[in-house]
Design a protein around this ligand. Sequence first.
Ligand code: AP5
Length: 214
Amino acid sequence: MDIILLGPPGAGKGTQASRLQAERGMIQLSTGDMLRAAVASGSPIGLKAKAVMEAGELVSDAIVSALIGERLDDAGEAGVIFDGYPRTRAQAEALDLLLAERGRSLDYVIELVVDEEELVERIAGRFSCARCGAGYHDRFKRPKVEGECDVCGTTEFKRRPDDNEETVRTRLAEYRKKTAPILPYYEERGLVRRVDGMGSVDDVAAEIEEILDS
Ligand code: AP5
């Protein structure tokens, strides 16, 4: 089963995708994670993407669709969760081609719906362990022992350079202008299912499970 998790920044796409990966053996393909890895490695793609990402704008369609194409080749029989891709009509059309070339097709586009002020609060408070990547939040999920990662015990944490209020507002504007308009493309095909992303992580996960099992 191949699905898209669609929603604005902070809607919970990454949280739910990694859960589906762990629980169902599906493969999470996050263009945000791929681009951050490219930036960290200093590759040519990373050099092009860095400033664009830090400004909260979208990286070019050609770059992200090429990244997805490469990773799809390794997906094999496992179902794929597209997390943060597609984000424009051109990417949606590219994804259809990439899937068709590999004999695959989309089963669902699951839209996570969350209020805008909640999104800003979720993102502006987010940080993670610098060693193992475990995720935390200033208000909703602090480490059990202050300043120490619950998972690996390190005392070093990091924040994404684009996780500040000003950049989040730009990211939300990009979502409204370029990504939300692709929903009708999938609605016409009856693929869209809406999930209330304001519930707890467990509640949202249960709603998604219900869709996948239906
Ligand atoms: P990307 O990494 O995709 O960021 P994003 O879409 O802005 O999404 P986030 O990762 O911020 O949020 P999320 O929905 O995954 O939420 P999460 O689960 O983390 O993209 C970054 C940048 O890369 C883009 O701005 C762009 O420049 C570039 N890029 C990436 N893909 C691209 C593409 N296809 N085309 C062009 N450019 C691209 O949750 C957020 C927080 O909320 C966490 O702290 C989490 O613990 C918490 N949380 C999650 N669920 C809940 C819940 N139910 N209740 C309470 N808290 C919750």
